[in-house]
Design a protein around this ligand. Structure first.
Ligand code: TXA
Ligand code: MG
Length: 347
């Protein structure tokens, strides 16, 4: 248990959160300059990337980085991703750049691929949570890139949610979780991909996927040859943060396969008999036909569109339902990242 003085020490300080709307096509340079100034003063700015919204802080200011952990309620042993404006900045933050990292960066940056490599002395222990590596990526978003260029240095950015909540895909999600705890939110509406970046450890051969995400295993393998998906044991050693509960709605979550229509019906009947409010997220025409009601959401069956809408749908139904019944997807391509999030939500 923390003593009262320790609790005050880790309580986020209350600030006024300024939410500013800007255009993806041509982000207003004056707003970008204002956001960069907040970062220079050691403040926190949430900004959109192509995956989810990130909570940004100056990577070279350890006090600012600590504020990120406090604002999110994030355990200190869960390391952060450093975002860069381009490949050219990489050698400042990374000590050894394996040839394969160069190939992958050329193929997929800017984009939803995070590479784990040996860290340079610029990267503090706070960022890497004491590991000898650092995770880096170049996001593919006009606002994120404009901010990174204007700021000039690396920006650490975990997903801009309270620790344990689904990642934010709109500025509204960020405000609900972090309003009053961060200085600024740059609002462009919904993010394009909807699940976080794929985290790939390239310090080993073959490289290991530490987190499935927006870039598929198949896409990586076309460029890099075979990669492995890290086992649970591996993860505990190399990516300590993954042991924490992620993507957790308040509601209990049940997963149902498309072919299990009978068990779907029984589960629903059983839950309703217990007078529980049940929300359903389905994507096959089959399941959509089985039930109707105001807590039913039918997602598009293309994995791309499903990923885009997944977290916002879970957040929305979680406001009204005590139990969520969610239809599984095939674990292929982007479906692997979707199932990874669903299994964690159901855990
Ligand atoms: O798409 C994304 O990656 C978003 C946007 C904002 O860029 N960011 C994001 O950050 O999802 P976060 O903090 O929510 O997730 C970072 C993941 C965690 O699973 C963490 O354990 C892993 O990256 N990670 C960070 N540094 C690492 C390192 N040095 N070694 C292994 N894993 C690392
Ligand atoms: Mg996160």
């Amino acid at each position: 248990m923390l003593s009262p003085s320790e609790q005050t020490a880790i309580a986020p300080s209350l600030v006024t959160t300024k939410r500013i709307t800007l255009s993806v096509e041509s982000p207003d340079p004056a707003i970008i300059a204002e956001a960069a100034e907040v970062l220079r003063r050691g403040g926190l700015v949430a900004f959109p990337t192509e995956t989810v919204y990130g909570l940004g802080a100056d990577a070279l200011n350890a006090d600012a980085v600590k504020k990120v952990f406090v604002a999110k309620g994030r355990p200190a042993d869960n390391p952060l991703i450093v975002h860069l404006a381009g490949f050219e900045k990489l050698e400042e933050y990374v000590d050894e750049i394996p040839p394969l990292a160069v190939t992958l960066a050329r193929a997929f940056w800017p984009g939803p691929l995070t590479l784990v490599m040996k860290r340079s002395i610029l990267v503090s222990d706070v960022i890497s949570a004491g590991l000898d590596t650092v995770a880096v990526r170049v996001p593919n978003h006009s606002v994120a890139l404009a901010l990174l260029r204007e700021f000039g240095e690396g920006i650490v950015a975990p997903s801009a949610n309270l620790s344990g909540r689904p990642s934010p895909t709109t500025a509204q999600h960020v405000e609900s979780d972090l309003g009053g705890r961060i200085e600024m939110i740059l609002d462009v509406g919904s993010t394009a991909i909807g699940v976080e970046s794929t985290v790939l450890d390239v310090t080993q051969d073959p490289p290991a996927i530490l987190r499935l995400g927006g870039l598929t295993k198949e896409e990586i393998e076309e460029v890099a040859g075979p990669v492995v998906i890290a086992s649970q044991n591996d993860l505990l050693r190399r990516s300590p943060g993954t042991r924490y509960r992620h993507y957790a709605p308040k509601a209990r979550v049940f997963l149902i396969k498309e072919e299990d229509v009978d068990s779907y019906r029984l589960t629903l009947r059983d839950l309703r008999q217990q007078h529980l409010r049940v929300g359903c997220i389905v994507h096959s025409a089959l399941l959509a036909n089985v039930e109707s009601g105001d807590l039913i959401r039918v997602l598009p069956s293309s994995p791309k569109l499903m990923a885009k809408h997944l977290f916002s749908t879970i957040r929305e139904l979680d406001e009204h339902a005590e139990v969520l019944v969610i239809e599984e997807v095939e674990e292929l391509g982007l479906g692997r990242a979707i199932m990874d999030r669903l299994k964690k939500a159901a855990n």
